[in-house]
Design a protein around this ligand. Structure first.
Ligand code: COA
Ligand code: MG
Length: 246
């Protein structure tokens, strides 16, 4: 079964604990998050990485220091030399989400924000734009962000990011998000999607090739719980495992 996790970053949290968590990521990533101007960007990025590291150590039985990330040419991170473990993260506003499975997956969470609908003309296909315009005005923003998160989850599952023309494929969403169709259907025969309501102000989508592994629910983890799990089960990045050679 695909596992889905969500963390709300907007929780009472001591900066002390956030600082401690920084010790569990690589020096390179520490340097990258240090450059964030907004503290929330740092928190989103740090908590996403910590969540992934905790799950990888737990799932694969390896130590934190042994985790070797690589990225494909479009920026999708994956685990070096491990073929049957896949993960993907997304962060927006208050939320950090992560999915993991033994086949490739993509996830996206998007905060619903006021948006000029003519932006859709630039990003969406003609079919999507027309469907959007056919909606009652009060429904358009919600439909816009559903399309957006589905499109992102799809390009993230494939791993090609924005190098894939966003108008080269189309979604239609019916039955309040329960029926999702990807066009051209004859090309994309093996992709399955589900949307999750984690927060009324956000849209979240999952894309997978493994229809039978789609979970009904997302697991919510508090920062406190994550912190406790990490300090009790992971070694800080600096700590190497020294083999006992007498
Ligand atoms: N494929 C899959 N995952 C990728 C990826 C790729 N090519 N490149 C990066 N990621 C992962 C990384 O883990 C990244 O986390 P990090 O920023 O902490 O390193 C995470 O996806 C970011 O996902 P998300 O929070 O959803 O970011 P995003 O929505 O801003 O961007 C991109 C996602 C980078 C893959 C890409 O689609 C993009 O730049 N989108 C911009 C938004 C846009 O124009 N969307 C149009 C939708 S209609
Ligand atoms: Mg996104």
């Amino acid at each position: 079964m695909i596992e889905l996790f969500a963390i709300n970053i907007n929780q009472q949290q001591s900066t002390e604990e956030i600082n401690i968590l920084k010790n569990y990521i690589s020096h390179e990533k520490q340097a990258r998050i240090k450059r964030f101007y907004h503290y929330d960007d740092l928190k989103r990025s740090l908590l996403a990485e910590i969540l992934v590291r905790w799950q990888i150590c737990k799932k694969l039985g390896i130590s934190n220091r042994e985790i070797a990330f690589e990225t494909n040419q479009y920026g999708k991170p994956y685990l070096k030399d491990i073929k049957d473990y896949h993960f993907n993260v997304s962060h927006s506003g208050d939320w950090v989400i992560m999915a993991q499975h033994n086949t490739p997956i993509g996830v996206d969470v998007e905060q619903i924000k006021p948006m000029e609908m003519n932006i859709a003309k630039r990003f969406f296909s003609e079919r999507e734009y027309n469907d959007l315009m056919d909606k009652a005005e009060s429904q358009q923003l919600s439909y816009f962000f559903q399309l957006w998160s589905l499109k992102e989850s799809f390009i993230k599952a494939i791993g090609k990011g924005l190098s894939m023309p966003l108008d080269s494929f189309s979604f239609s969403i019916n039955n309040e998000g329960k029926k999702i169709t990807l066009y051209p259907e004859e090309i994309y025969t093996n992709y399955y999607f589900k949307m999750y309501n984690i927060d009324p102000c956000y849209k979240m989508a999952l894309c997978t090739n493994d229809e039978n592994a789609i979970p009904d629910e997302v697991s919510f983890i508090s920062i406190n719980e994550l912190y406790k799990q990490v300090i009790s089960t992971l070694l800080p990045y600096e700590c190497q495992i020294i083999s006992n050679t007498k």
